[in-house]
Design a protein around this ligand. Structure first.
Ligand SMILES: [Ca+2]
Length: 203
């Protein structure tokens, strides 16, 4: 939770119908989700629509991202577009690298580093800042179709321009690193193509 605010409907201090939250984010990509909570007693006009469960896949990006199942999605990007999925859960937040487990299976296009995991890493123990994203992509695992996982010994990890043979090596060499608290890992494709990501485990 980055913050909460209340929609203004009465009084003269603020413009009615607005809610404002000021955030200062560090460099790099950020995924921000707004959930409209509504009220429990209002009319349908301002009561909440069902908000997504914390463990449901969410989409982001400028491409066409379609949730095709509880743990699968397709991403279609035209030139210049990007798209991806994430789960609004921080169940692995703050954990050491050796305790983290994420995976997905790619069955669609593969282009450059897409699709890939982007996993926020804290290197300095200051949880309010992430210190870069660790990347795992399909080609980095040595094939064009298959599993991309932190538990696959064949899946290379790139973090701050350093290549690691696999996640276990990355974790062993950096025992103080952890999944950046409050930041959300995601799967992204940012090249043109038609991507299919299945058996997504981001929990
Ligand atoms: Ca930090």
């Amino acid at each position: 939770m980055l913050g909460a605010e209340q929609l203004v409907g009465r009084g003269v201090a603020y413009t009615h119908g607005t809610a404002n939250l000021k955030l200062y984010l560090g460099p790099g990509g950020h995924v921000i989700t707004a959930v409209y909570g509504g009220t429990s007693s209002g009319t349908s006009q301002f009561s909440s629509s069902a908000s997504a469960a914390a463990t449901q896949l969410q989409t982001f990006g400028t491409g066409t991202v379609t949730i095709t199942g509880a743990d699968s999605a397709t991403i279609f990007n035209a030139t210049g577009q990007y798209g991806g999925v994430f789960i609004n859960s921080r169940s692995q937040s703050g954990k050491a690298l050796s305790a983290i487990s994420f995976s997905f299976v790619s069955t669609g296009d593969v282009t450059g580093g897409a699709p890939r995991f982007s996993i926020p890493i804290d290197t300095d123990g200051i949880g309010s800042t992430d210190n870069g994203y660790a990347f795992l992509d399909v080609l980095g695992c040595g094939y064009t179709t298959g599993t991309v996982s932190t538990t696959s010994s064949n899946c290379h990890v790139n973090f701050n321009s350093v290549d690691y043979t696999n996640w276990d090596t990355f974790a062993a060499l950096n025992p103080t690193y952890r999944l950046a608290p409050g930041f959300i890992p995601f799967i992204i494709a940012d090249e043109p193509g038609s991507y299919a990501v299945n058996s997504i485990d981001l929990r």
